[in-house]
Design a protein around this ligand. Structure first.
Ligand code: SAM
Ligand code: SF4
Length: 326
């Protein structure tokens, strides 16, 4: 089992497959001229399998593929096939653009839940956020997943003045569709121009939803990173990931492997450990993994306190979200 000094057991690994993407969400990939990592620097299929297997042998029960956009990798089908054989729950977070092209591979890899990111239900606004006119494709692919009995969670980064006016429209979507809408508080990363007054908090979201509906809290599962709620008469549910206003670090069980093979013990950690370099040098990477996790800070990568209004973004040392893997 992979533990830290606070007794937290880490059994969930998020693997970024690439820092490349077919969208350009402004809060994630800062600039149009962003230079993607060259292919040789990324973990190759066999390397991903070797590292993932080692984690699974040491207690990892769930692996999530992410990025960048995981499905833009040409060898994504091979990766899905190889990880689908491991004794682990496999999940994926995607922007949904290529789901129709990869549906068979996703189903064959035994992926039961797909998290699709969609911050707006308006075509024009989608173009403004992602800088690509692909709203209809994502919407259709969400329906495609549901038709194929795949559980769908829709990730919505809520930002003040951008899409907070659509919270009730997203809730409306859960009435007749058995899906979970997950509102995510806007987080600061290198280059994303975060300011605290753009954060729309858990408290504000609940106020907004309760202006129209009675909200029923759902009992959390161990290691849940979201607060989940139901509404009477709705087939689906909604949840809030309140990283900024009410972090959930006490029960965190997550580890992150970047596409270039660096292990981060927290989304906000400034330190990283080069597992890929060590693996390519023929070293035993298990001690590197255990040491990295033993150095995990109690909360938020040790970079800021729970009072998000006090964060000085100029002092944060981290990558941009697209190079970490959300
Ligand atoms: N490309 C895939 C996607 O968009 O789902 C996977 C990678 S993306 C980095 C993973 C998740 O992180 C998405 O749901 C995205 O909206 C979220 N995200 C990116 N930047 C964020 C930020 N600054 N604050 C909160 N969530 C963010
Ligand atoms: Fe791409 Fe996902 Fe980041 Fe948007 S949030 S730019 S889809 S990696």
């Amino acid at each position: 089992m992979i533990k830290d000094t606070f007794g937290r057991i880490h059994d969930y690994l998020r693997i970024s497959l690439t820092d490349n993407c077919n969208l350009r969400c402004f809060y994630c990939m800062p600039e149009e001229k962003y230079a993607f990592a060259p292919a040789g620097k990324l973990m190759q299929v066999q390397e991903i399998e070797t590292i993932a297997k080692l984690f699974v042998d040491h207690g990892v029960k769930k692996i999530r593929l992410t990025g960048g956009e995981p499905l833009v990798r040409k060898d994504a089908p091979k990766i899905l096939k190889s990880l689908g054989k491991l004794n682990v729950e496999l999940a994926i977070t995607t922007n949904g653009i290529r789901v129709n092209e990869m549906l068979t591979e996703l189903l064959e890899a035994n992926i039961k839940t797909v998290n699709v990111s969609l911050d707006t239900l308006q075509r024009e606004k989608f173009l403004k956020i992602t800088r690509r006119d692909l709203f209809d494709r994502v919407r259709k692919n969400i329906d495609l997943l549901l038709e194929n009995n795949v559980r769908v969670k829709i990730n919505v980064v809520i930002m003040k003045g951008l899409n907070d006016d659509e919270i009730l429209s997203f809730i409306e979507l859960t009435k007749n569709h058995n899906l979970e809408v997950r509102f995510i508080e806007f987080m600061p990363f290198t280059g994303n121009l975060w300011t605290s007054n753009q954060v729309y908090t858990l408290h504000e979201i609940l106020l907004k939803v309760s202006s129209r509906y009675d909200i029923i809290p759902v009992e959390p599962l161990p290691n849940d990173t979201s607060s989940k709620y139901r509404i009477d008469g709705h087939s689906g549910a909604f949840a809030v990931i309140s990283t900024m206003s009410q972090p959930f670090c006490d029960t965190c069980n997550r580890m992150r492997l970047t596409a270039d093979g660096k292990l981060k013990n927290c989304l906000f950690s400034k330190d990283e450990t080069d597992l890929l370099g060590a693996l390519r040098n023929g070293e035993d990477i298990l001690p590197l993994i255990t040491q990295t996790m033993m150095s995990k800070a109690k909360a938020l990568g040790g970079q800021f306190s729970g009072v998000f209004e006090d964060i000085d973004v100029s002092k944060l040392e981290n990558r941009s979200m697209i190079t970490i893997g959300g």
